[in-house]
Design a protein around this ligand. Structure first.
Ligand SMILES: Nc1ncnc2c1ncn2[C@@H]1O[C@H](COP(=O)(O)OP(=O)(O)OP(=O)(O)O)[C@@H](O)[C@H]1O
Length: 232
Protein backbone atom coordinates (compact mmCIF):
# COMPACT_ATOMS: atom_id res chain seq x y z
CA UNK A 1 0.00 0.00 0.00
CA UNK A 2 2.58 2.55 1.15
CA UNK A 3 6.24 1.64 0.95
CA UNK A 4 9.17 3.83 1.93
CA UNK A 5 12.50 2.33 0.98
CA UNK A 6 15.78 3.59 2.41
CA UNK A 7 14.55 7.18 2.61
CA UNK A 8 16.88 10.02 3.55
CA UNK A 9 15.76 13.59 4.24
CA UNK A 10 17.93 16.53 5.24
CA UNK A 11 17.50 20.14 6.28
CA UNK A 12 20.52 21.71 4.60
CA UNK A 13 23.50 19.72 5.81
CA UNK A 14 21.66 18.19 8.72
CA UNK A 15 20.31 14.74 7.87
CA UNK A 16 17.18 13.93 9.88
CA UNK A 17 15.88 10.79 8.16
CA UNK A 18 18.66 8.28 7.81
CA UNK A 19 17.66 5.48 5.48
CA UNK A 20 14.20 4.74 6.81
CA UNK A 21 12.19 1.84 5.39
CA UNK A 22 8.52 1.33 6.21
CA UNK A 23 5.88 -0.96 4.71
CA UNK A 24 2.28 -0.09 5.52
CA UNK A 25 -0.32 -2.70 4.59
CA UNK A 26 -3.64 -1.76 3.06
CA UNK A 27 -6.32 -1.32 5.72
CA UNK A 28 -3.84 -1.30 8.60
CA UNK A 29 -3.57 1.30 11.34
CA UNK A 30 0.05 2.09 12.13
CA UNK A 31 1.26 4.29 14.98
CA UNK A 32 4.58 6.00 14.34
CA UNK A 33 6.08 6.55 17.77
CA UNK A 34 9.30 8.04 19.10
CA UNK A 35 10.66 10.73 21.37
CA UNK A 36 10.71 14.42 20.42
CA UNK A 37 12.94 15.33 17.53
CA UNK A 38 13.53 11.82 16.10
CA UNK A 39 12.12 12.86 12.71
CA UNK A 40 8.47 11.71 12.78
CA UNK A 41 7.03 14.94 11.39
CA UNK A 42 9.84 15.22 8.85
CA UNK A 43 9.07 11.73 7.61
CA UNK A 44 5.35 12.43 7.21
CA UNK A 45 6.13 15.66 5.34
CA UNK A 46 8.38 13.76 2.97
CA UNK A 47 5.71 11.10 2.50
CA UNK A 48 3.17 13.69 1.37
CA UNK A 49 5.77 15.60 -0.65
CA UNK A 50 6.13 18.83 1.33
CA UNK A 51 9.80 17.96 1.84
CA UNK A 52 11.90 16.34 -0.87
CA UNK A 53 13.79 13.15 -0.10
CA UNK A 54 17.48 13.15 -0.99
CA UNK A 55 17.62 9.40 -1.63
CA UNK A 56 15.45 6.31 -1.43
CA UNK A 57 11.98 5.80 -2.85
CA UNK A 58 8.30 6.08 -1.98
CA UNK A 59 5.55 3.89 -3.46
CA UNK A 60 1.81 4.22 -3.00
CA UNK A 61 -0.70 1.75 -4.41
CA UNK A 62 1.98 0.18 -6.56
CA UNK A 63 3.08 3.47 -8.11
CA UNK A 64 6.35 5.29 -7.63
CA UNK A 65 5.43 8.66 -6.07
CA UNK A 66 8.96 9.68 -5.09
CA UNK A 67 9.04 12.63 -7.43
CA UNK A 68 5.34 13.48 -7.49
CA UNK A 69 4.17 16.83 -6.24
CA UNK A 70 2.02 17.00 -3.10
CA UNK A 71 -1.24 17.68 -4.95
CA UNK A 72 -0.62 14.66 -7.20
CA UNK A 73 -0.08 12.43 -4.15
CA UNK A 74 -3.27 13.84 -2.69
CA UNK A 75 -5.14 13.15 -5.94
CA UNK A 76 -3.81 9.60 -5.84
CA UNK A 77 -5.50 9.12 -2.45
CA UNK A 78 -2.93 10.13 0.12
CA UNK A 79 -4.56 12.37 2.73
CA UNK A 80 -2.65 14.41 5.29
CA UNK A 81 -3.60 16.19 8.51
CA UNK A 82 -0.67 18.28 9.71
CA UNK A 83 0.40 18.94 13.26
CA UNK A 84 -1.51 22.00 14.48
CA UNK A 85 -4.41 21.11 12.16
CA UNK A 86 -4.18 24.17 9.87
CA UNK A 87 -7.86 24.97 9.88
CA UNK A 88 -8.54 28.15 7.90
CA UNK A 89 -9.75 30.32 10.81
CA UNK A 90 -11.78 32.87 8.83
CA UNK A 91 -13.65 30.27 6.80
CA UNK A 92 -16.70 28.56 8.21
CA UNK A 93 -16.71 24.89 9.16
CA UNK A 94 -18.71 24.16 5.99
CA UNK A 95 -16.24 26.08 3.83
CA UNK A 96 -13.30 24.33 5.46
CA UNK A 97 -14.96 21.01 4.64
CA UNK A 98 -15.61 22.04 1.03
CA UNK A 99 -11.94 22.92 0.74
CA UNK A 100 -11.09 19.28 1.45
CA UNK A 101 -12.72 18.19 -1.79
CA UNK A 102 -11.00 20.87 -3.87
CA UNK A 103 -8.91 19.45 -6.68
CA UNK A 104 -10.42 15.97 -6.31
CA UNK A 105 -12.42 14.84 -9.30
CA UNK A 106 -15.81 13.19 -9.11
CA UNK A 107 -16.72 14.06 -5.55
CA UNK A 108 -20.31 15.09 -4.93
CA UNK A 109 -19.64 17.61 -2.19
CA UNK A 110 -23.04 17.61 -0.45
CA UNK A 111 -23.42 13.87 -0.21
CA UNK A 112 -19.78 13.41 0.76
CA UNK A 113 -20.19 16.01 3.50
CA UNK A 114 -23.29 14.28 4.79
CA UNK A 115 -21.36 10.99 4.90
CA UNK A 116 -18.34 12.56 6.63
CA UNK A 117 -20.51 14.33 9.22
CA UNK A 118 -22.02 11.02 10.29
CA UNK A 119 -18.56 10.23 11.70
CA UNK A 120 -18.13 13.68 13.23
CA UNK A 121 -21.66 14.67 14.30
CA UNK A 122 -20.36 17.22 16.82
CA UNK A 123 -19.48 19.47 13.86
CA UNK A 124 -23.06 19.60 12.60
CA UNK A 125 -24.22 22.39 14.90
CA UNK A 126 -21.18 24.52 14.06
CA UNK A 127 -21.39 24.51 10.26
CA UNK A 128 -21.77 28.27 9.87
CA UNK A 129 -19.26 29.26 12.56
CA UNK A 130 -15.72 30.22 11.66
CA UNK A 131 -13.19 27.41 12.09
CA UNK A 132 -10.96 29.63 14.20
CA UNK A 133 -13.46 29.95 17.06
CA UNK A 134 -13.89 26.22 17.64
CA UNK A 135 -12.30 24.37 20.57
CA UNK A 136 -9.11 22.39 19.90
CA UNK A 137 -11.04 19.12 19.91
CA UNK A 138 -13.58 20.36 17.36
CA UNK A 139 -10.84 21.83 15.19
CA UNK A 140 -9.10 18.47 15.15
CA UNK A 141 -12.34 16.76 14.18
CA UNK A 142 -12.79 19.37 11.45
CA UNK A 143 -9.27 18.73 10.16
CA UNK A 144 -9.91 14.97 10.03
CA UNK A 145 -13.31 15.47 8.42
CA UNK A 146 -11.80 17.87 5.85
CA UNK A 147 -9.19 15.27 4.96
CA UNK A 148 -11.95 12.67 4.49
CA UNK A 149 -13.78 15.01 2.11
CA UNK A 150 -11.05 14.27 -0.46
CA UNK A 151 -11.83 10.51 -0.39
CA UNK A 152 -8.36 9.43 0.74
CA UNK A 153 -7.33 5.78 0.60
CA UNK A 154 -4.73 6.43 3.25
CA UNK A 155 -4.54 9.12 5.93
CA UNK A 156 -1.26 10.44 7.32
CA UNK A 157 -1.98 12.08 10.66
CA UNK A 158 0.48 14.16 12.67
CA UNK A 159 -0.25 14.19 16.41
CA UNK A 160 -4.02 14.48 16.27
CA UNK A 161 -4.27 14.55 20.08
CA UNK A 162 -1.99 17.52 20.67
CA UNK A 163 -3.65 19.97 23.06
CA UNK A 164 -6.92 18.05 23.24
CA UNK A 165 -8.94 17.06 26.33
CA UNK A 166 -8.64 13.38 27.34
CA UNK A 167 -12.32 12.53 26.71
CA UNK A 168 -12.15 13.95 23.19
CA UNK A 169 -8.88 12.06 22.59
CA UNK A 170 -10.70 8.78 23.27
CA UNK A 171 -13.59 9.81 21.03
CA UNK A 172 -11.24 10.65 18.17
CA UNK A 173 -9.38 7.34 18.51
CA UNK A 174 -12.65 5.41 18.40
CA UNK A 175 -13.99 7.39 15.46
CA UNK A 176 -10.83 6.90 13.41
CA UNK A 177 -10.83 3.18 14.17
CA UNK A 178 -14.46 2.94 13.12
CA UNK A 179 -13.72 4.78 9.87
CA UNK A 180 -10.78 2.50 9.12
CA UNK A 181 -12.71 -0.67 9.89
CA UNK A 182 -15.84 0.37 8.00
CA UNK A 183 -14.18 1.88 4.93
CA UNK A 184 -10.84 0.11 4.69
CA UNK A 185 -8.94 3.41 4.78
CA UNK A 186 -5.34 2.90 5.83
CA UNK A 187 -4.05 5.05 8.68
CA UNK A 188 -0.51 6.03 9.65
CA UNK A 189 -0.46 8.27 12.70
CA UNK A 190 2.43 10.02 14.41
CA UNK A 191 1.63 10.15 18.11
CA UNK A 192 3.13 10.92 21.50
CA UNK A 193 0.01 9.84 23.35
CA UNK A 194 0.50 6.12 23.90
CA UNK A 195 -3.01 5.58 25.25
CA UNK A 196 -4.46 7.01 22.04
CA UNK A 197 -2.03 5.04 19.88
CA UNK A 198 -2.90 1.78 21.63
CA UNK A 199 -6.61 2.43 21.25
CA UNK A 200 -6.42 3.24 17.55
CA UNK A 201 -3.54 1.35 16.00
CA UNK A 202 -3.11 -2.34 15.31
CA UNK A 203 0.62 -2.07 14.84
CA UNK A 204 3.46 0.28 15.69
CA UNK A 205 6.85 1.44 14.55
CA UNK A 206 9.28 3.31 16.76
CA UNK A 207 11.71 5.84 15.35
CA UNK A 208 15.03 6.92 16.75
CA UNK A 209 17.54 9.17 15.00
CA UNK A 210 15.67 9.01 11.73
CA UNK A 211 15.27 5.26 11.37
CA UNK A 212 12.88 2.61 12.65
CA UNK A 213 14.36 0.76 15.59
CA UNK A 214 11.40 -1.37 16.66
CA UNK A 215 8.15 -2.52 15.08
CA UNK A 216 5.41 -5.03 15.64
CA UNK A 217 1.82 -5.59 16.59
CA UNK A 218 0.46 -3.05 19.05
CA UNK A 219 -0.60 -5.77 21.49
CA UNK A 220 3.04 -6.90 21.63
CA UNK A 221 4.46 -3.45 22.46
CA UNK A 222 6.22 -4.24 25.73
CA UNK A 223 7.05 -2.10 28.74
CA UNK A 224 10.75 -2.78 28.09
CA UNK A 225 10.53 -1.36 24.58
CA UNK A 226 8.55 1.63 25.88
CA UNK A 227 11.18 2.28 28.52
CA UNK A 228 14.02 1.93 26.04
CA UNK A 229 12.67 4.13 23.25
CA UNK A 230 9.73 6.19 24.42
CA UNK A 231 10.04 7.15 28.11
CA UNK A 232 11.52 10.54 28.82
N1 LIG B 1 12.65 23.31 9.19
C1 LIG B 1 13.67 22.74 9.84
N2 LIG B 1 14.93 23.14 9.64
C2 LIG B 1 15.96 22.55 10.29
N3 LIG B 1 15.83 21.54 11.16
C3 LIG B 1 14.59 21.10 11.40
C4 LIG B 1 13.43 21.67 10.76
N4 LIG B 1 12.34 21.02 11.20
C5 LIG B 1 12.77 20.09 12.07
N5 LIG B 1 14.11 20.13 12.21
C6 LIG B 1 14.94 19.25 13.06
O1 LIG B 1 14.79 17.94 12.59
C7 LIG B 1 14.74 17.03 13.68
C8 LIG B 1 13.48 16.19 13.57
O2 LIG B 1 12.34 17.03 13.75
P1 LIG B 1 10.86 16.47 13.60
O3 LIG B 1 9.95 17.62 13.87
O4 LIG B 1 10.73 15.73 12.36
O5 LIG B 1 10.83 15.46 14.82
P2 LIG B 1 9.59 14.80 15.54
O6 LIG B 1 10.00 13.42 15.87
O7 LIG B 1 8.37 15.00 14.75
O8 LIG B 1 9.51 15.63 16.86
P3 LIG B 1 8.24 16.23 17.64
O9 LIG B 1 7.63 15.07 18.32
O10 LIG B 1 8.88 17.19 18.59
O11 LIG B 1 7.35 16.89 16.65
C9 LIG B 1 14.84 17.85 14.94
O12 LIG B 1 16.18 17.83 15.37
C10 LIG B 1 14.44 19.23 14.49
O13 LIG B 1 15.09 20.21 15.26
Amino acid sequence: MFIAENVQVSYGKSRVINGLSLHVKEGSRTAILGRNGVGKTTFLKSAIGILPISSGSLRFNGEDITKRKTFKRSEAGLGYVPQGREIIPMLTVKENLELGALGHKGIHIDSRMEWVLEYFPALKVHMSRNGGVLSGGLQQQLALARCLMGKPRMMLLDEPTEGIQPNVVIEIADTLKKIAVETGITIAVVEQNLKFARRLADNYVIMQKGIIVSEGRMIDLSEDVIKQYLSV
